[in-house]
Design a protein around this ligand. Structure first.
Ligand SMILES: C=C(O[C@@H]1C=C(C(=O)O)C=C[C@H]1O)C(=O)O
Ligand SMILES: NC(=O)CC[C@H](N)C(=O)O
Length: 805
């Protein structure tokens, strides 16, 4: 039989011609998306390396799954198909959906296909292989690929590639059975069990699992597959070249089938994911016409002054003392990264509220309702809303302002929080946790933003203060505020004042239970072994009942003392009576975008507890272990996917890959992923669309879910069995100037007003109930005890705030 694979049989000069020829044709590729969190990275790789036009369809798209004719008509519009990776097992129909139909397409429908990971396993399964569980799953590990330099590996050197799999393809090869028959046995011969599958690559260095098949091709049909992930940031360039080779082979096959080449190519939509529904004009116009708030100016009123000896807490006290509602986002010095670090600690933002309160936009997920609360807590607008992000989009777009200080990232806008469950809605995860009794209290918002029209910004890099307003005729506020700040007679020096604060004694505490948590770790690992997840961020929450109401501001300052971190927040929002107080000391930026359209994610994954014996050097050694790096890598690739989905191919890059950062109680492994939003914005369109779109497309934060995100969130909801609420969500702002910045809600305590009451049934003592979440990423390499200790360390870093001084 003549191999369809022209490269292997051609001479080197012929190969040249071949490469030139296929470089000229840009393929139209259908991507079958199995709900992986790396899909957009593959699409980006196809786009950049082949200049391909890629359209993506989910494997369970009913339009095609229930109508084979429609599926075939769809295929006719494309030159080739890529069947992507994903959670689950290829033997399970619901995990592969349409991919299964690819392998027995009738001859006249045949087209070139590349299977990646789950897609590769599905190809193996279709042609006689068994798909089995690895002894030790391989997630985020970067290994050498030994290949035969043929077919899709033509002219490639040895390379390293990232693996994300729990299952493997067993073709009955002697390497896999350990039965080496003779010296003439060839690694690259098909086996009697799978005569149509030729092995093309192996991982021969896996000491736990033995040799693992890394690539195959079909002997007669234009089907190829790779087990590793060519799109991962840690797969080297050589490994990614496989895509080019594949297209050359695919193209040659198409050329050899002239009739098929003339596919019914209609205008294809260029790939670009959008989480905002296409026509939400009704919602948009409602948001736009919402006048029940302070009318805002188009131009920012502002004045600056030197920070001098002032500091942020002092300013808060001067301007916000006794306010019922307040919001402060504060950059804090941490031991290594000082307050003027441009990456983490550049600005503090104080939203100045009125004495009677602040106007707010609240979203109640259970009722799909958005409400507008006036400063005194009256509901002035209430409407069903099936897309809160479009609503916020319209709202901020309408209030676009200009002319504020260049070095101030926030000129006025919305400041607040988004819960974890509101994030789940964006990825269509419905969980039993939604029905949890705590979620019956529908007065609690799932998203809450204060409309901040007056603000004070501290630029820590330049020691400058900006006093700003976007209210009409508000010059008096500016001058009075400047005056108040300048004439403050009690400057405290540049460090945080030393608050001597003792919170009221703890009346009772509930904590995660060791055995339960360890069992949950095992449950996570069993899902990982089955191939349903690559990494799961397991969490639990503690409650602390204080025996009397606290002064939450003093408690916040106390938290700053015991656990300083670069993205801290003090928030009192919500409707009075069902409001919430949040005291946060988060080390983790989720997402920032500037007015110019530069986006940045700063995920943390990998934690080492500080102790007397734990030096930075030792911590770095531990955090450089394959376990910690694998955890981080998975989240980096996941976030690249979230970012690629909005900004498209070629507009993302790594600013920092896995650096160790030191915090008060832990060392953390931190990566920084950046991208450009601007390129995708056609002239004249709203500039902030992509910022909000990116936020919506990236929730909940990948570092709090694991990968693949959707399946992992479903699994976690079942394992944890209760909602996470504010913990695991994000806190930050949407600037009317066009930027935004959000931190991940970790190392945080929060309380709902409606939980203030008797400290226990029948008690006359009135206390308040604080919640503190903590967790960590579980991988196949985790140990239950190790994970318990890690969760406990993070929990303690926040719980210290309740200790009496
Ligand atoms: C879950 C928490 O932290 C998350 C998990 C981390 C990890 O697994 O190493 C690190 C930072 C956060 O993304 C927490 O602090 O509660
Ligand atoms: N990345 C993937 O596609 C994984 C495939 C399969 N779920 C496995 O774990 O082996």
């Amino acid at each position: 039989m003549k191999p369809h694979d022209g490269i292997t049989s051609s001479t080197s000069s012929a190969r040249h011609v071949f490469h030139d020829r296929c470089a000229k044709r840009n393929p139209r590729v259908l991507y079958l998306d199995a709900y992986d969190s790396f899909s957009n990275n593959i699409i980006a790789l196809l786009t950049t390396s082949l200049q391909a036009t890629v359209e993506s369809v989910h494997i369970d798209d009913l339009r095609y799954l229930q109508n084979q004719g429609a599926f075939y008509s769809l295929l006719e519009k494309f030159d080739a198909v890529v069947a992507g990776p994903g959670p689950g097992n290829p033997a399970k129909k619901s995990d592969v959906g349409l991919v299964e139909q690819l392998w027995n397409l009738p001859d006249d429908q045949l087209l070139p296909i590349l299977g990646i990971c789950l897609g590769f396993q599905s190809l193996g399964l279709a042609y006689g292989a068994q798909v089995e569980r690895l002894k030790e799953p391989r997630h985020g590990l970067v290994m050498n690929v030994t290949h035969n330099q043929r077919s899709i590996f033509n002219k490639l050197d040895r390379f390293t590639a990232t693996q994300y799999h729990s299952l493997f393809v067993n073709i009955g090869h002697f390497l896999q059975s350990g039965r080496h028959r003779s010296l003439s046995d060839n690694l690259w011969n098909p086996t009697s069990k799978c005569p149509l599958l030729q092995p093309l690559a192996w991982d021969l260095e896996d000491t736990e699992n033995g040799p693992v098949l890394m690539a195959i091709r079909h002997m007669e049909k234009p089907f190829w597959g790779v087990q590793y992930h060519p799109e991962s940031i840690c797969t080297d360039e050589e490994g990614a070249k496989v895509i080019k080779n594949w297209w050359c082979l695919a193209d040659e096959w198409l050329q050899s089938r002239k009739g098929v080449v003339l596919r019914d190519y209609k205008t294809l939509k260029v790939h670009g994911l959008s989480v905002l529904s296409p026509t939400k004009s009704s919602i948009l116009s409602e948001a736009v016409n919402l006048h029940s708030c302070h009318p805002t100016l188009k131009k920012v009123l502002w004045q600056s002054m030197d920070l001098g000896a002032l500091n942020v807490p002092r300013m808060f006290e001067l301007l916000q003392a006794g306010r019922k509602q307040a919001i402060l986002l504060k950059s804090t010095t941490n031991p290594r990264v000082d307050a003027s670090d441009p990456g983490t600690g550049s600005h503090s933002i104080l939203g100045v509220t009125d004495p009677n309160g602040v106007a707010q936009i609240c979203y109640f997920q259970k009722e799909s309702t958005v409400k507008f609360l006036s400063a005194n807590g009256q509901v002035t607008y209430s409407s069903k809303c099936d897309d809160i992000w479009s609503f916020l989009q319209g709202f901020t777009q309408r209030r676009r302002v200009t002319g504020g200080p260049e070095n101030s990232p926030f000129w006025g806008g919305l400041m607040g929080f988004v819960t974890y469950e509101a994030g789940l809605e964006t990825i269509s995860v419905k969980s039993c946790a939604m029905e949890h009794p705590s979620r019956r209290i529908t007065r609690r918002p799932d998203i809450c933003f204060a409309l901040v029209t007056r603000s004070v910004i501290v630029d820590h890099l330049r020691s400058t203060v900006f006093v700003q307003s976007i209210r009409k005729d508000d010059q008096a506020f500016i001058s009075e505020t400047i005056n108040a700040l300048c004439t403050d007679v009690k400057p405290q020096g540049s460090s945080i004042p030393d608050p001597v604060y003792s919170p009221p004694p703890i009346s009772s505490t509930t904590s995660p239970v060791r055995d339960t948590y360890c069992n949950q770790v095992r449950q996570c690992q069993s899902s990982i072994r089955a191939g349903d997840s690559y990494e799961l961020c397991l969490t639990d929450q503690s409650t602390v009942v204080l025996s009397a109401p606290t002064d939450s501001w003093s408690l916040y300052l106390h938290l700053q003392k015991v656990n300083p971190a670069p993205f801290s927040a003090y928030i009192r929002l919500g409707r009075l009576g069902s409001g919430v107080t949040i005291l946060s000391s988060s080390p983790e930026r989720f997402l920032r975008w500037t007015r110019d359209g530069d986006a940045q994610f700063r995920p943390i994954k990998g934690t080492v507890k500080k102790s007397k014996d734990m030096t930075l050097e030792k911590a770095t050694e531990i955090l450089n272990s394959s376990k910690e790096k694998a955890e981080n890598l998975m989240i980096v690739d996941l976030i690249r996917h979230d970012l690629h989905g909005i900004v498209g191919a070629g507009n993302t890059w790594m600013k920092q890959l896995m650096s160790v950062e030191e915090y008060k109680t832990v060392y953390q492994l931190v990566s920084v992923i950046e991208g450009r939003l601007r390129n995708r914005i056609p002239a004249g369109e709203a500039e902030d669309k992509s910022g909000i779109e990116l936020l919506a497309a990236s929730l909940p934060p990948g570092s709090m879910t694991g990968a693949p995100k959707k399946r992992s969130c479903e699994l976690l909801a079942d394992i944890e069995g209760k909602p996470r609420g504010i913990y695991s969500g994000v806190i930050g702002y949407l600037d009317f100037g066009g930027g935004g910045d959000f931190a991940v809600v970790i190392r945080t305590a929060y309380k709902w007003d409606d939980e203030t009451g008797p400290v226990h049934e029948g008690s006359e003592e009135v206390g308040e109930r604080w919640h503190v979440g903590a967790g960590g990423a579980i991988t196949a390499q985790s140990t239950p005890e190790g994970e318990w200790a890690e969760m406990w360390t993070k929990r303690e870093s926040t719980m210290r705030m309740f200790e009496t001084a």
